[in-house]
Design a protein around this ligand. Structure first.
Ligand SMILES: [Zn+2]
Length: 121
């Protein structure tokens, strides 16, 4: 059994139910301080991660090659769509045409971010 699960069970004085997990208030996975642990579902865990900005989206993601502003620019430019616009943008930004099309279609960036979807469009 994982140490943070054992620690929470001691704190609660009972075993975790099926579907119940030991979640961290401190966002530090190896931590097993009882005071930093509470029971919750996987869904709770995801919601808490988003609420605390623990999930990295868009340009905050370490693998991001373009900025959020550039992603916006791509969507505007593609919307005015001249022939060959994908490959022209791809050459200019040094990314693949496929990446440009994913961004333009919202399969990357905005479409995956529920906070952004809520405010735009
Ligand atoms: Zn902790």
């Amino acid at each position: 059994m994982l140490a943070h699960v054992a620690a929470l069970q001691v704190k609660l004085g009972r075993r975790l139910e099926p579907g119940e997990f030991s979640l961290h208030d401190c966002d530090n996975p190896p931590c097993c301080n009882q005071e930093h642990l509470h029971p919750g579902t996987k869904r709770d865990n995801s919601a808490e991660a988003v609420a605390r900005g623990r999930t990295l989206r868009g340009e905050r993601h370490p693998a991001a090659r373009i900025t959020d502003a550039q992603a916006e620019e791509i969507r505007r430019e593609v919307a005015c769509g001249k022939r060959g616009v994908y490959s022209a943008i791809a050459r200019r930004l040094g990314i693949s045409s496929r990446a440009v099309s994913y961004i333009a279609l919202g399969k990357r960036r905005s479409a995956h971010d529920p906070r952004r979807r809520a405010v735009s469009r």
